[in-house]
Design a protein around this ligand. Structure first.
Ligand code: 5GP
Length: 183
């Protein structure tokens, strides 16, 4: 699905599929360079990171492995509490591995903070974060994000893995959801 297919649901297209692909290539090249001689294990959080994980890994020239977690955060309504329940854990031991957590988007970073301390306790050789999109509040987070695709404004966005009520995940572009869709 392209933004053009659901244009009346979007107030703006922030990044086209081509712009996303170009940025993914740049980040992939940076990771190839930074980890030369070391094999990376990428850990994705389902479901949002599916698109970025598959594109990022295919854009890389080095060997890379992937594993997935599923989490649910306890919270009241739309407010994230930062307390997370692991619904599906990794199949891979992290001890001694070079791990990059791959995220679709970081907003408050509460879920990610919890996840990082959980993963750090498994004693990986190194642990970094790659996120495709980052909102302004993420800058106040206590965890450092090494790789960021795009900094975006504080608006609710959909596409490239990000959904609203289960929809728009399969849109190739990233767009701001028009208020009439959720009002
Ligand atoms: P955080 O814990 O960083 O506040 O929230 C992270 C999660 O909230 C993301 O993984 C994503 O599922 C969801 N999220 C945050 N901002 C957006 C957004 O603009 N659009 C969508 N679709 N999900 C978002």
């Amino acid at each position: 699905m392209d933004a053009a297919d659901v244009m009346s649901d979007l107030s703006e297209v922030l990044y086209t599929a081509d712009e996303i692909a170009e940025r993914i290539s740049e980040v992939a090249a940076q990771i190839d360079e930074d980890y030369e001689g070391r094999e990376v294990l990428m850990v994705g959080v389902l479901n949002g990171a599916v698109m970025v994980m598959s594109d990022l890994q295919r854009a890389m020239t080095s060997h890379v492995q992937m594993d997935w977690m599923a989490v649910s955060s306890y919270g009241s309504g739309t407010q994230s509490s930062g307390v997370v329940r692991i619904l599906k854990d990794l199949n891979t031991e992290l001890e001694g591995r070079h791990v990059i957590v791959v995220e679709d988007i970081i907003d408050t970073g509460l879920t990610l903070s919890y996840l990082m301390s959980n993963l750090a306790s498994r004693r990986p050789a190194s642990l970094e974060i790659m996120t495709m999109f980052s909102k302004p509040e993420a800058a106040e987070m206590d965890v450092e994000v090494k790789y960021v695709g795009f900094e975006i404004p504080n608006q609710f966005v959909v596409g490239y893995g990000l959904d609203y009520a289960g929809r728009y995940r399969n849109m190739r572009d990233l767009g701001i959801l028009a208020p009439h869709v959720y009002a």
